[in-house]
Ligand binder design. Structure first.
Ligand SMILES: O=c1nc[nH]c2cc3[nH]c(NCCN4CCCCC4)nc3cc12
Length: 372
C-alpha cells in the first residue's frame, strides 16, 4: 500500500496536500532541507524542526562512504543516529557519484567509483542502493538508482540514459519488493526532449511507484529551459501521486515549478549560500557581506520567524559574515531554511484559497524584479 497522498486543493495546475507516512505527515508543496552527511549543516535537528520542515533529505553517496552502511545499521539507522524522528528521503547515490567522485565507470550492471575522501573503490548497483537506503539507513522514501545525463545532451545520449534509468527502475522496484512502511520513487529522465520524457514516464508508470521524481534538471540548463521542460513533464506523471523535482532550487524556481504541478523539492542552496553570507528575503536575495549593511540596524526580514531575523540587526549579521564567524553561518542557514519553509507554507495557503495566480504575480513583483 503506497503512502496516502491526499490532495486537499488545486489551483490551476498547482496542488496542495498531505503525504502521510508512518513517521509523520508531509505538507505539500514541501521543501526538504538537505542533510547530506547526517546533518543539515550548521543546524541542530531541533532548529530544523523549528523552521517547520516536515522531512529531510539524506545522501546515500556520502553516508555509504562515512560512516558506512553496515555501521549505520549497527547504530540503529539514520533517524536514530541523527536524532531526527520525522520522515527522511534519501537520494540513491548515482548523481553524487557523477558530480563528486573523480573516477567512476558506468555499465549496465552498476556504477563503480573511487571515494573522493580516500580513493577507496565502491560499487553501486540498483539492488545495493536499495539495500543501503531501505535496510541500512532505514529511509522512509527511497529513490531508484538512475543516470542523470549531463546538459546539454545529444538526443541519442539522452535516450541511452533514459533507457538505462528505466531498466534500473525495474531492478530497483524488484529489489525494493513490497513494503508498507517505506516508499519507493521512480525518476523521470529524458533531458530536454519531450518525447523521451514521455517514454520515461510511461515506462515508470508500467512498473508502478509510490511517487515520481523529475530528474535530469538543475544541471546547468538555466531557469528558462527548466521551466520549458516543466511546462509538460510534471503532467506526464500520475496526478494522484507526489511529484518531486530533484535538486531545485532558488525561491523563484520553487514558485514556477509549483505553478506547473510539482509537489516536493530539495536543494543545498539555503544552507550553502547561507554559509557564504547570502540571505533570501521576501524582498529578494541579498548578500550580508555587502558594505551597505555595515550600519543597517534593520532586521533581515521581520516576516521570517527565526533568531537571525527577529533578534539581530543586519549590521551584526554583516559583521559576522565579514569576520567569517561560525554564528553567522548558523544564523543565515537557519534564516534561509526558515524562509524556504515560509515560502512553501505561503504557497500551500494560496493554493488552498484559490489565489495562487495572484501570489505568483506578487512574488515576482516583490522578490524577483526587486533583487536588491
Ligand atoms: O536526475 C537526478 N537523479 C538523481 N538525483 C538528482 C539530484 C540532482 N540535483 C540536481 N541539481 C542540484 C543543483 N544544485 C544547485 C545548488 C548548488 C549545488 C547544485 N539535479 C539533480 C538531478 C538528479
Amino acid at each position: 500500500m503506497p503512502f496516502p497522498f491526499d490532495i486537499s486543493a488545486t489551483d490551476g495546475r498547482a496542488r496542495t496536500g498531505l503525504l502521510r507516512t508512518p513517521r509523520g505527515d508531509i505538507r505539500t508543496p514541501a521543501f526538504m532541507p538537505v542533510g547530506t552527511a547526517a546533518t543539515v549543516k550548521a543546524l541542530t535537528v531541533g532548529q530544523v524542526e523549528q523552521t517547520g520542515a516536515d522531512i529531510l533529505l539524506g545522501n546515500t553517496y556520502h553516508l555509504m562512504l562515512r560512516p558506512g552502511p553496515e555501521r549505520m545499521e549497527r547504530l540503529g539507522g539514520l533517524h536514530r543516529f541523527m536524532r531526527w524522528d520525522k520522515p527522511i528521503l534519501t537520494d540513491s547515490g548515482g548523481f553524487q557519484v557523477m558530480s563528486l567522485s573523480g573516477i567512476s565507470k558506468l555499465t549496465e550492471e552498476a556504477v563503480t567509483f573511487s571515494s573522493h575522501v580516500d580513493g577507496s573503490k565502491h560499487v553501486l548497483t540498483p539492488e545495493r542502493s536499495i539495500e543501503i537506503q531501505a535496510d541500512r539507513l532505514g529511509s522512509d522514501i527511497v529513490m531508484q538508482l538512475d543516470e542523470c545525463v549531463a546538459w546539454p545532451a545529444e538526443e541519442s545520449r539522452a535516450r541511452e540514459g533514459m533507457e538505462l534509468s528505466a531498466r534500473w527502475a525495474k531492478r530497483s522496484k524488484a529489489a525494493f519488493g513490497s513494503r508498507d512502511a517505506q516508499a519507493l520513487f521512480g525518476i523521470q529522465q529524458g533531458s530536454t526532449f519531450e518525447h523521451l520524457r514521455r517514454e520515461s514516464s510511461d515506462r515508470l508508470q508500467d512498473i508502478g511507484f509510490d511517487g515520481y521524481a523529475i530528474g535530469g534538471l538543475a544541471v546547468g540548463e538555466g531557469h528558462a529551459a527548466m521551466c520549458e521542460v516543466l511546462d509538460y513533464a510534471p503532467e506526464m506523471l500520475p496526478a494522484d501521486r507526489p511529484r518531486y523535482l530533484m535538486g531545485v532550487g532558488k525561491p523563484v524556481d520553487l514558485v514556477e515549478a509549483v505553478w506547473r504541478g510539482v509537489d516536493m523539492f530539495d536543494c543545498v542552496l539555503p544552507t550553502r549560500a547561507g554559509r557564504h553570507g547570502q540571505a533570501w528575503t521576501w524582498a529578494g536575495p541579498i548578500n550580508l557581506k555587502n558594505a551597505r549593511f555595515a550600519e543597517d540596524e534593520e532586521p533581515l526580514d521581520p516576516e521570517v520567524p527565526c533568531p537571525a531575523s527577529q533578534d539581530y540587526s543586519k549590521a551584526y549579521l554583516h559583521h559576522l559574515v565579514r569576520t567569517d564567524e561560525i554564528l553567522g553561518k548558523v544564523l543565515l542557514s537557519w534564516h534561509n531554511i526558515a524562509f524556504f519553509q515560509a515560502l512553501t507554507a505561503a504557497m500551500r495557503a494560496a493554493i488552498a484559497e484559490g489565489r495562487f495566480e495572484q501570489f505568483r504575480r506578487d512574488f515576482h513583483a516583490r522578490h524577483v524584479s526587486n533583487g536588491r
